[in-house]
Design a protein around this ligand. Structure first.
Ligand code: ATP
Length: 359
């Protein structure tokens, strides 16, 4: 049985705004689940309904098989880490971490042992006597996490916990969060709008848009098998290239080139004749030069961005544009013409109207 079950969960705010539609998900014990999506898609609202901080308008929320819609936050055995660390400024790191246990009247010796153990996991042993103002952003965030993980809870909720950190600290904290999860094995639900955080941390990712789940799957599922244009464009950096066109004679134009879609459409080719289609390929999926069993494209190089381990090449063909990711040693000159190949198996086709993948 799943540890957490969300069955047809909806959130309609008092002003009538329908923020979450029919959210269905089963979460197993110990899983690391990430909710990802653009601002306003309903990630935080869903997390807050799980935490018991927001009423569930309709649907069922079960913890270990028991309906928990009406349970208070405490009864749910859930700890939450927020974007703002919400530490007590006048308390030391030790007291901040110990706070929940102190409130519960736990024995002092037990508190000391647990705080020390938690501080060791988080690399805070040397900072226990400090006040929060004498810590870096990353260290403060670790204290906030410590305060949450010290309590024995079933579920650990994090709402954009890294958003107040700079880029370098975010990368460090991200790997620390993964490590803490490995050590504690706590069921975790993590909200972010950052696809890299989602891809690196999650066992399974829930991609949301406008209050609806778009797809639930492992990072690999979402990367290789996106169900629609939105998911395909959300996962991957730079994002997947999309060429929109009307199918004519089994082909769509890409600037001066023409892309044969009939073969991939197979039996559906006639159905799509005269219809809009979206041709997708990832920047990293191309090969420079002409290759067999591939779409060969001639295009102009507009701009190149050398990033160290790879170069992003911005190309144009007529009105159409795309980004290619190439080995820096192969970086082409700007304002030159290049030929590249998109291997047939790297092509995704989507219905131009529904934007769903065509299988
Ligand atoms: P962000 O990444 O910006 O935090 P989010 O995906 O977490 O976005 P939510 O905070 O869940 O989004 O909000 C979902 C939608 O519900 C938004 O359109 C938001 O404006 C709306 N919303 C949030 N709180 C309320 C409220 N109390 N009353 C009415 N609408 C609300």
């Amino acid at each position: 049985m799943a540890y957490l079950t969300l069955k047809n969960i909806n959130k309609i705010y008092p002003n009538g705004f329908h923020a979450v539609h029919d959210f269905n998900l089963e979460i197993q014990k110990g899983e690391f689940i990430v909710f990802v999506g653009p601002s306003g898609c309903g990630k935080s609202t869903t997390l807050r309904m799980i935490a018991g901080l927001e009423d569930i308008s309709n649907g069922d929320f079960l913890i270990d098989g028991a309906r928990a819609n009406e349970w208070g936050p405490r009864e749910r055995q859930i700890a939450m880490v927020f974007q703002s660390y919400a530490l007590y400024p006048q308390m030391t790191v030790f007291d901040n971490i110990a706070f929940g246990l102190t409130l519960q009247g736990v024995d002092e010796d037990v508190i000391e042992e647990k705080v020390k153990k938690t501080a060791a996991i988080l690399g805070l042993t040397d900072y226990l006597d400090r006040l929060p103002r004498a810590l870096s952003g990353g260290q403060r965030q670790r204290v906030a996490i410590g305060r949450a993980i010290i309590r024995k809870v079933g579920v650990f909720l994090m709402d954009e916990p890294l958003s107040n950190l700079d880029a370098k600290q975010r990368v460090t904290m991200r790997s620390e969060i993964a490590q803490i999860h490995r050590q504690t094995g706590a069921t975790t639900i993590y909200v972010t709008h950052d696809q890299t955080e989602a891809m690196t941390l999650a066992d399974r990712i829930v991609v949301m848009k406008d209050g609806y789940i778009q797809q639930v799957g492992t990072p690999k599922d979402l990367y290789y098998d996106p169900v629609n244009v939105f998911v395909a464009g959300f996962i991957g950096e730079p994002p997947m290239n999309f060429i929109r066109g009307t199918v004519k004679g089994g082909k769509i134009p890409f600037g001066k080139n023409s892309l044969d879609v009939a073969k991939k459409l197979g039996a559906k080719a006639s159905k799509y004749e005269g219809k809009q289609i979206v041709f997708g390929f990832r920047p990293e999926a191309i090969v420079l030069g002409a290759q067999p069993n591939a779409h060969q494209i001639t295009a102009e190089v507009e701009l190149t961005e050398m990033l160290g381990d790879n170069t992003n090449v911005y190309i144009t063909s007529g009105e159409d544009k795309a980004i290619l990711k190439v080995d820096p040693h192969d970086t082409p000159e700007t304002d030159t013409s290049i030929v590249f190949s998109i291997p047939a198996e790297e092509v995704y086709l989507f219905d131009g109207e529904t934007e769903n993948v065509i299988k």
